[in-house]
Design a binder for this molecule. Structure first.
Ligand code: RB5
Length: 160
């Protein structure tokens, strides 16, 4: 498994991750697997399991790092993935999506230039989550004119 993932690390090595208590265990697993595969994973917390913590405290710093270009892609995890996704999308330049099936993990990048994947630690099992993450990390935005046009219309909203 690790060897297969390692071949995907390529040039997109520097990625960020964040999770609250609902995603803490899944985050630990994902960080370990991605690091073993050669990714450089910057962990925005939480660094310990704390049942009262709040996902915005970790997801928003991750989102800012992504928007500033400090990392190339982001992974945000909470219990359902919903709160993480809502919070991340408040930051200009972040295109975060809640992904729990294979098709969108890849197509969301190819067509919509998704740069953050959100996952529910209480929804997906670790090995399937890792599969989704690898699909997300290895996909590339197509840069096709129609997709650029649509994204430009979305980006207009960020100027208001
Ligand atoms: C925390 O209990 C839970 O609400 C949070 O992790 C997340 O699922 C929110 O969307």
């Amino acid at each position: 498994m690790i060897n297969a993932i390692a071949q995907t690390a390529g040039s997109l090595k520097q990625i960020g991750i964040a999770a609250d208590h609902g995603g803490f265990e899944l985050k630990k697993y994902v960080v370990r697997m991605l690091e073993e595969a050669g990714y450089e994973v910057i962990d925005f917390g939480n660094s310990e399991w704390k049942p009262t913590d709040d996902y915005p405290d970790y997801v928003i710093p991750l989102a800012h790092a992504l928007a500033n270009g400090f990392i190339k892609r982001g992974i945000a995890i909470c219990g359902s993935g919903v709160g993480a996704c809502i919070a991340a999308n408040k930051v200009t330049g972040v295109r975060a999506c809640l992904i729990h099936e294979r098709y969108s993990a890849q197509q969301g990048v190819e067509d919509d230039n998704m740069n953050m994947i959100c996952l529910g630690g209480r929804v997906v099992d670790p090995s399937f989550a890792l599969e989704l993450i690898i699909l997300f990390l290895t996909a590339k935005f197509s840069e096709e004119e129609r997709h650029l046009r649509r994204l430009a219309k979305v980006a207009e909203l960020e100027k208001v």
